[in-house]
Ligand binder design. Structure first.
Ligand code: UD1
Length: 430
């Protein structure tokens, strides 16, 4: 079984190139099925979730041709099924984006109920409410969500919670509904805007993406396009925190600094130096980090997908910090693992009370989910001695070449498969 072997202690120093945003690429790939014409995508991250979605799309007749590692040419003109129940796709939550895309174009879709990271109950009521408001009949049967409509008609929809997934799904369906749809209390994440830009480049009429009111005037047909996906905000944030916790000097390149403002603000608060340029950010940490409080919120608030990474940093800071998770209900599962490395954290409901310690010590730990897995790797990189991180498949869902990018910054990390490999790593780094 693959695991990361890590020897902590090296400050990370250097530049790291950030890839395309997974959470933008997933809905964009799904939306590329809304035209019979050819779509060219660039800056697609080579990560497991993307590859699983592409495979499922190929399974129903979408032509997918990879152009290099980060590009693809797609043509959905010969789709042969609107039923997606691929085994692999159950594991990725974004499979449900095919619902909005198919419902919009074909007025019919059947997609297996989504999986994804186990970070709490993940409702889909707002997706269903939005589809129904557009006139679709939606049922859940035999593990599939089925949606169909004679015609989709624009509607005024007020989302009860700010949901990235529901905003994206309803936006896709509404793009090919008759008349005007208004989504209120919409999610404002950069990937919502990226999908809106992608759909607009295919001929959709969408206004207000990035604000909490999105207006979509339905069109009858979408056409082919060429599109470059935005950089990954969370991958960038993870490497910025890698610089901070290892007392390093890391520059994340090919980023949109505006998307990283809430992360930058917290790094400044905890005593890091942060320098911004047009498309890169440098994070320098030279002394023990300061404590602070943080509450996760929808964009432009501090992202829930960065919560484990900031917790890893705060657990090494001077004083007491409070982290409140307000987006997902069960996102502190990794704290037990961090405690095994010496952290002092008490979790009460959706709050973690953190008393900073001087250092972590290496341990054998497991990645409980994608972002927490990456955060535990950061902890191991700063820990005294050796660690192993199991279940790296979670991390590979969303980070391309994670250990190679860390290695290039000076980290002592390797992907090993056997105990013998691990011992070799220890000999080499001992
Ligand atoms: C997306 C991201 C995920 C990120 C999250 C929040 C993708 C593939 N995943 O997940 O990485 O952590 O946004 O930024 O882009 N909710 C409902 N009803 C619904 C839908 C959601 O109550 O119909 C609740 C959820 O339980 C959760 C909150 O709304 O408490 C936010 O969820 P949502 O924004 O939908 O997250 P995802 O789109 O699943």
């Amino acid at each position: 079984m693959e695991q990361y072997a890590i020897k902590g202690g090296n400050p990370l120093v250097g530049d790291v190139e950030i890839g395309g945003a997974k959470n933008a690429a997933l809905p964009i790939l799904a939306a590329s099925t809304m035209t019979d014409e050819t779509v060219y995508i660039e800056n697609m991250p080579d990560v497991r979730d993307i590859n699983v979605l592409l495979q499922a799309m190929q399974g129903i007749g979408v032509m997918v041709k990879r152009t290099g590692r980060h590009g693809a040419v797609l043509n959905a003109g010969n789709i042969n099924s609107l039923v997606v129940e691929d085994e692999g796709i159950k594991k990725i939550r974004a499979s449900y984006y095919l619902l909005g895309a198919f419902l919009g174009k074909y007025k019919h879709a059947e997609v297996t109920l989504p999986g994804g990271c186990d970070i709490g109950f993940r409702a889909i009521d707002q997706h269903i409410k939005g589809f129904r408001a557009l006139g679709a009949r939606v049922v859940i049967e035999h593990g599939l969500i089925k949606a169909d409509a004679q015609r989709l008609v624009g509607s005024h929809i007020y989302m009860d919670v700010v949901s990235v997934g529901a905003t994206i799904n309803v936006m896709m369906a509404a793009t090919m509904a008759e008349g005007m749809t208004i989504i209120e209390n919409a999610a404002k994440e950069p990937h919502v805007v990226d999908l809106a830009n992608f759909l607009s480049s295919m001929g959709a009429n969408i206004k207000g993406a990035g604000t909490d009111v999105i207006r979509i005037r339905g069109v009858q047909k979408l056409h082919g396009t060429e599109y470059t996906i935005i950089p990954d905000q969370i991958e960038a944030g993870t490497f910025m925190f890698a610089g901070a916790v290892t007392k390093g000097d890391v520059t994340v390149k090919n980023v949109i600094p505006k998307h990283l403002e809430s992360i930058t603000a917290k790094l400044l608060e905890i005593g890091c130096q942060v320098e911004e340029a047009d498309d890169c950010i440098r994070v320098v940490a030279t002394r023990t980090l300061e404590h602070t409080h943080v509450k996760t919120l929808p964009y432009p608030g501090f992202p829930t997908d960065m919560q484990p990474q900031i917790t890893v940093a705060l657990a090494l800071s001077k004083g007491t910090s409070i982290v409140t998770e307000s987006v997902f209900e069960n996102r502190f599962k990794y704290v037990d693992e961090l405690t095994r490395m010496g952290a002092s954290i008490k979790v009460e409901g959706n709050t973690a009370i953190i008393t900073g310690v001087e250092k972590y010590t290496g341990a054998s730990i497991s990645a409980p989910d994608l972002r927490a897995g990456a955060a535990l790797v950061l902890a191991a990189l700063t820990a005294e001695g050796y660690s192993t991180v199991d279940d790296v498949r979670y991390i590979q869902r969303g980070y391309e070449d994670f250990h190679l990018k860390l290695q290039a910054l000076g980290a002592q990390i390797e992907l090993v498969e056997t105990e013998k490999d691990y011992q070799k790593f220890k000999l080499k780094t001992g």
